[in-house]
Design a protein around this ligand. Structure first.
Ligand code: SF4
Length: 96
């Protein structure tokens, strides 16, 4: 599922700097899009959509281990899952 992140997440992930965040967010979004880190930025908001691999995995997921490669720095959306999301309380890892 696509992951929506904020500027603070991008800074924690190390893909953006605090200086960039204080400057032009549009310019930052353009760079991150070019580098394949995000696919979109909702102008006027602080929300960015992380890119996905061809199989729709998150770009930060290790395809072999199926583990997060940025776990300690993962976005707030991931930290709050499954409390917040399209199906609050539902975790596919526990479904049968
Ligand atoms: S926990 Fe890691 S791999 Fe999973 S969606 Fe978040 S950043 Fe991507």
């Amino acid at each position: 599922m696509p992951v929506e992140v904020r500027l603070s997440d991008l800074i924690r992930l190390g893909v953006a700097t605090a200086d960039e965040a204080e400057g032009s967010v549009k310019k930052l979004a353009k760079r991150l899009t070019k580098e394949g880190i995000i696919v979109s930025y909702r102008q006027g908001t602080e929300f960015f959509m992380l890119s996905q691999k061809a199989n729709r995995d998150c770009i930060f997921m290790n395809s072999d281990t199926r583990l997060c490669t940025v776990y300690e720095k993962r976005p707030d959306t991931c930290r709050q899952f499954p409390a917040i999301g399209p199906r609050p309380g539902y975790c596919p890892g526990y479904s049968k």
